[in-house]
Design a protein around this ligand. Structure first.
Ligand SMILES: [Zn+2]
Length: 393
């Protein structure tokens, strides 16, 4: 049984976060893609093997399972790596607290407390579902470093799409603390990084979150911000219970949070309807300069933590729609960041489908999984209500 960690005020080391033993010092981003023509996908993987907890679904086996599927069971992947339309970003840089402070995502007190806990109390539980090991603080920073390096590569025109295979996930993390397996909000950091590092080019950002759970952290961080359109499709009533249709943002940000809570059991037909009737028209109306995707794969029918019924190929359809949308609206500038996905067959299959879509390959799914009929009429009613609340034609 783990100890319970308590987030407390603490003295905060002013020194830069030390580089992990498995990493070299900070490297320039996208070094592996420098002389080649623009790749279709530049991807990075940050396993964070020491951020692990026995029996926990957010486990260190997730990233290796994805890589195994891509490298050993997806013919197109090796072919596309050979012709350099898929390129690996090697040794992505580790972010530091000093990198995070100007992004203004998390309170400094929270970041100080988390570092203190990692040094003094870990391993322990921070809340009912979020664990902390001595390496977790650096793990969360490593995920942000890799994600932001991919943002750089996309915005500097070195690749069409960035894909960050990182963990822990981030979209539940709120300003003042961790939540739901998440320590730092990686998607929010990517948005703010793009806006602060490329202020002339990136003013408005769309975040689309297709994780089965509502991205409450990202939703709340940008609730009052009219420059960020946050759109989420998720299972109604699943953790953490937020993401109702009525949550539309506040003050100047009113209307720029769009939540589509799909009924339990909903699947491919429902989410594609939601994409075509809500996500796409809202994005076209908003006209983003850049798109960040909170790419969680736990709406897959195999996933143990929730009850939507996406097929593996559903992620192909969603990813190809997102690619097309980014090409139409913002010169193809899009970055996918891994969030949830806890079934070690469903998660790799879903990610492989996304990769296939992003390089123009057809879906890899061979067999119809024979799912029960989804509650499409119920989903349609939800989608109609969202359209009406947000005045989408
Ligand atoms: Zn999730």
């Amino acid at each position: 049984m783990r100890d319970t960690c308590v987030l407390v005020k603490s003295s905060f080391s002013k020194t830069r976060t030390t580089t992990r033993t498995t990493r070299t010092t900070r490297t320039k981003s996208s070094s592996s893609s420098k002389e080649v023509s623009k790749s279709d996908i530049l991807y990075a993987h940050v396993e964070n093997a020491e951020h692990d907890s026995l029996g926990h679904p957010e486990c260190a086996a997730r990233i290796p399972a994805i890589l195994e599927k891509l490298e050993n069971d997806s013919e197109f992947f090796l072919e596309r790596k050979k012709d350099q339309s898929i390129v690996l970003l090697e040794n992505p840089p580790l972010a530091t607290v000093e990198d995070l402070v100007p992004l203004d995502i998390h309170s400094q007190n929270y970041m100080k407390s988390l570092e203190f806990l990692a040094k003094t109390k870990a391993p322990c539980q921070i809340d009912a579902s979020t664990y902390m090991t001595p390496s977790s603080f650096e793990a969360a920073l490593a995920s942000i470093g890799a994600s932001n390096a991919l943002v750089d590569a996309v915005l500097k025109g070195k690749t069409k799409t960035g894909f960050a295979l990182v963990r822990p996930p981030g979209h539940h993390a709120v300003v003042k603390g961790p939540m739901g397996f998440c320590l730092f909000n990686t998607a929010a950091a990517a948005v703010r990084y793009a806006q602060t590092q490329y202020p002339n080019d990136i003013k408005k950002v769309l975040v689309y979150d297709f994780d089965v759970h509502h991205g409450n952290g990202t939703n709340d961080i940008f609730a009052k911000d009219p420059t960020v359109l946050f759109v989420s499709t998720h299972e109604d009533g699943s953790f953490p219970g937020t993401g109702k249709i009525s949550d539309i943002g506040q003050d100047e940000g009113e209307g720029t949070n769009i939540n589509v809570p799909l009924p339990t059991g909903a699947g491919e037909k429902s989410v594609l309807e939601a994409f075509d009737l809500v996500v796409e028209p809202a994005a076209r109306r908003f006209q983003p300069d850049f798109i960040v995707v909170s790419a969680g794969y736990d709406a897959h029918w195999r996933d143990p933590l929730a009850n939507l019924n996406f097929r593996s190929r559903t992620y192909h359809y969603l990813s190809s729609r997102l690619k097309k949308l980014s090409e139409d609206l913002c010169d193809g500038k899009i970055v996918f960041l891994l969030e949830g996905g806890y079934d070690l067959t469903g998660l790799p299959e879903g990610v492989a489908e996304s990769f296939a879509a992003l390089v123009g390959e057809k879906s890899l799914e061979q067999k119809d999984p024979g799912l029960f009929e989804e509650p499409f009429e119920k989903a349609k009613k939800v989608i109609q209500e969202v359209k009406s609340v947000h005045q989408l034609l």
